[in-house]
Design a protein. Sequence first.
Length: 478
Amino acid sequence: MSQEVSVDDRMNKLVSLCKRRGFVFQSSEIYGGLKSCYDYGPLGVELKRNVTDNWWRSMVHEREDVVGLDASIIMHPDVWKASGHLDGFSDPLVECMDCHVRFRADKAPRMEPGTEVTFRDAKKKKVTAPVLDRGYVCSDCGSPRLSEERAFNLMFSTHLGPVASEENTVYLRPETAQAMFVNFLNVQQSYRLKIPFGIAQVGKSFRNEITVRHFIFRSCEFEQMEMEFFVEPGSDDEWFEYWKKARLQWYVDLGIDPSNLRLRPHEKDELAHYAKGCSDVEYRFPWGWDELEGIANRTDYDLRKHQEASGKKLEIIDPNREDPNTGKRPFRYLPYVIEPAAGATRAVLAFLLDAYDEEPPSETRKDGRVVLRLHPRVAPIKAAVLPLIKKDENLTARARAIVKEFWGHGINSFYDEKDSIGRRYARQDEAGTPFCLTVDGQTLEEETVTIRYRDDMRQERIEVSQAVDIVRKKVMES
Ligand code: GAP
């Protein structure tokens, strides 16, 4: 039985495991680190790739009606003008007049206007002051003495070419979605696609977030997995319901505990101005329920805006149907869009948190253990091959030959001969490796190995000739 890991400790323990085992490092750590920027180490890069590969498989490869795109990160600045990002993609920024921290007004601790609060000023003296009409206090020191709010645009800008002028200003994309809208006709015509169809993309996005916290949950450089599904107006409500269910199920199928997941419909005042409906897939993070993915009905807003701004028609033309309003052929219309927009790096955090477990010491294991119960499909390493004794060259040679066989079948596997077998199992448990194969004297005599299952530590003997198939089936069919 696992012991309950205290909620406060969970993030700290996970962050420490991520560094210890090579999942995630602070960027530029030897220079003191760069706030909100992270590097994915040998295990982290595999985990992140497995998350995005599984998303791609379920969204693109296993469907007839969705195709992929890999667009440039820097796009024409007019794209961001038309999409509304240049004028409106901002957060309300406030500065605390006491501790001078800058924070997001909409995320600050709420308080009844007029309430007298006591806090420490810049000189650490206790002071009391009333909460302003805006009804919030500093998220750091609790002071109600705050600057005016100002809109802070989250897009990073740079210059294209050698001249740093206003005309050469370009932006790092704050979402992958816009590339799917501006390429809508390119993709539809080149691939002869019929509505409904979707365009999917995985890639980096950049936002100069005012408040970054919770490790990789909110960072300035992150990865998204977005799909724009173009449908005929009128069928949008049905597709919206479909994608909400499908996206929630994806996390469950990859092993996330369903009791830690929920769909939360947006309140009316939360909805983006262009959205007809939006629901978030939320995960129960250690700090509470928070967003993993948004599924939105964006109507024809984006295509209409790009059509107007570019002067290029982005309509679907159906020669076989009459326009329901005019009765004339062909039927021309701008499709509506249902958008499941997920964060890949945020999903990595959810998979790690959900998998993290501590087992207390037991009769068979006096030290207890830390184990990442990752689903085999997202686990960075699928199988570790371990010779029982390092000094026996026959064993190490046989074990190396076995791991090569796994590599030959495209199964990411790891060879380890350092330290006692117990310590090697412990390392693989912390890496989330679902299967360990131990090569011993019996292997040389009978061509069998011991397979050890990470979750219950059960061990059984299997034929070496069956090992690849057994692991592959367990990874693919689980
Ligand atoms: N195209 C719509 C769009 O970008 P969003 O809700 O702003 O919608 C989609 O972003 C997802 O991207 C979020 O649900 C979240 O998982 C991820 N995301 C957004 N900002 C992020 C950040 N600063 N750091 C990490 N992930 C982020």
